[in-house]
Design a protein around this ligand. Structure first.
Ligand code: PMP
Length: 450
């Protein structure tokens, strides 16, 4: 490693950081993380803290998962790379495919298409949805519907269905044919409806309305996160996703669940869709599939969609998408080991139990601090607090105060993530009750520094 001064001086000079203004990163250089162990990370100054962000919602098993590290090393020795483009395969992707179809059998998802990450998975799922309709002779179904506040990665199709202007405006014009409906977000919504059940019905009515306006025969798919993540952790009311499923079925529209964050235990079950009793037609996964140790993802495909492709006699079902790194043998080896550990440890159960502890703790902090306008979570280990300067007017807290909270929490030994006016918690799923207590006490310290 280069010496500390070199790292600090050059941080953000030659590299542009994702999701950051280059000038901001130069003025306030990012924290340099150099080590990870268990659920903790250490920065370049030797300051050790709990990673309550879990990397980027992906390090579910923590930083010391020995079987995954061993699987990666062994695979590097055996076969560091081979492609699975038409005509070749590798042993790991076959074993992983078998494991994945067992993992998601309850969701009705039996085929996997491998990718290099979440944005790729979204891109592939959206492309497969259009192709599915073309193969079936409904080539006019090309549009996509999605939720405002939704996040679907940064490729152009994904950005087009994204529901946050920050990730869209500078890249417009995006893909034509993408339309958004209001998210079931009780704290802020155009209907001023705070009751989650009534709001879910209003959003479903908006979906029906948009389908009627566009013409169902022009729509390929609706894509949503079972719990909205980057948009500020917004769990929809339990009636919402089943309602979406019913509407999609009635209009012949495919339902894509973007489970890049929620798959593999984070919500307290193996998929977020399962939480709501919904079987999607396509499911995007990435992140925890390799615990963040290797870039990898998979789009899971239902029997309904698979049959159309596999029974196609016209040639239109040939998949014209793929990445050099699709089905990377090292990534697949990492994923096999991750799934084995994920199952062996039944991390979903700890996510559910610790998630409740986090949520209750955040509600207790809300009773103490007026600047916590909203507390969201309660479905496993993904939660957020939304910070305001005035609870009645719901004015977002200014950036300076949020930065002070973040810094004081960091200094007290806990890394949290700032996303707009939200502080987001998505720690590794293997954390203990004592870790949760520490996260909450550091947040208490941070909030008092606002
Ligand atoms: N979809 C969702 C729901 C996500 O949360 C993310 C990443 N946070 C993505 C897609 C994009 O994944 P990646 O960053 O791996 O490309």
């Amino acid at each position: 490693m280069k010496d500390i001064n070199f790292l600090k001086e050059n941080n953000a000079r030659q590299i542009w950081h994702p999701m950051a203004h280059p000038a901001d990163s130069q003025a306030n250089p990012p924290d340099i993380i150099t080590e990870g162990e268990g659920v903790e990370i250490t920065d370049v100054d030797g300051h050790r803290m709990i990673d309550a962000v879990g990397g980027l919602w992906n390090v579910n098993l923590g930083y010391s998962c020995a079987p995954v590290k061993a699987a990666i090393s062994a695979q590097l020795e055996k076969l560091p790379y081979y492609s699975i483009f038409r005509g070749t395969s590798n042993d790991n992707v076959i074993e992983l495919g078998w494991m994945l179809q067992q993992f998601f059998a309850e969701d009705g998802l039996t085929r996997a298409f491998y990718t290099s990450g979440g944005s790729d998975s979204v891109e592939i799922a959206l492309r497969l949805a259009r192709q599915y309709h073309k193969v079936r002779g409904e080539g006019g179904r090309v549009k996509y519907l999605s939720l405002k506040k939704g996040y679907h990665g940064t490729h152009t199709l994904g950005a087009s269905v994204n529901g946050n202007a920050n990730f869209r405006t500078q890249y417009e014009p995006l893909m034509p044919g993408c339309f958004h409906i209001p998210a079931p977000y009780p704290y802020r919504n155009p209907f001023n409806e705070t009751d989650p059940a009534r709001l879910a019905q209003l959003c479903l009515a908006a979906l029906e309305d948009e389908i009627a306006f566009q013409g169902a025969e022009t729509i390929a798919a609706f894509i949503m996160e079972p719990v909205l993540g980057a948009g500020g952790v917004i769990p929809p009311h339990e009636s919402f996703m089943p309602g979406v499923r019913e509407i999609c079925d009635r209009h012949g529209i495919l339902l894509i669940a973007d489970e890049v964050i929620t798959a593999f235990g984070r919500t307290g079950d193996w998929s977020g869709s399962r939480h709501w009793g919904v079987k999607p037609d396509l499911m995007c996964t990435a992140k925890a599939i390799t615990n963040g140790y290797f870039p990898f993802g998979a789009v899971m495909v239902s029997e309904k969609v698979a049959e159309v492709f596999e029974n196609d006699k016209t040639g239109k079902g040939a998949i014209g998408s793929g990445y050099t790194y699709s089905g990377h043998p090292v990534g697949a080896a990492a994923a096999i080991a991750c799934l084995q550990e994920t199952e062996r440890l039944q991390v979903k159960d700890n996510a559910a139990a610790r998630g409740t502890q986090v949520y209750d703790g955040l509600l207790a902090l809300q009773a103490k601090y007026d600047i916590i306008g909203d507390v969201r979570g309660g479905h496993g280990l993904m939660s957020a607090i939304e910070l305001v300067s005035d609870r009645t007017a719901k004015t977002p807290l200014d950036k300076g105060a949020i930065a002070r909270i973040h810094r004081a929490t960091y200094e007290d030994g806990v890394m949290v993530r700032v996303s707009g006016p939200n502080l987001i918690l998505s720690p590794p799923l293997v954390l203990t009750s004592a870790h949760v207590d520490k996260i909450l006490s550091a947040l208490d310290t941070g909030l008092s520094a606002a």
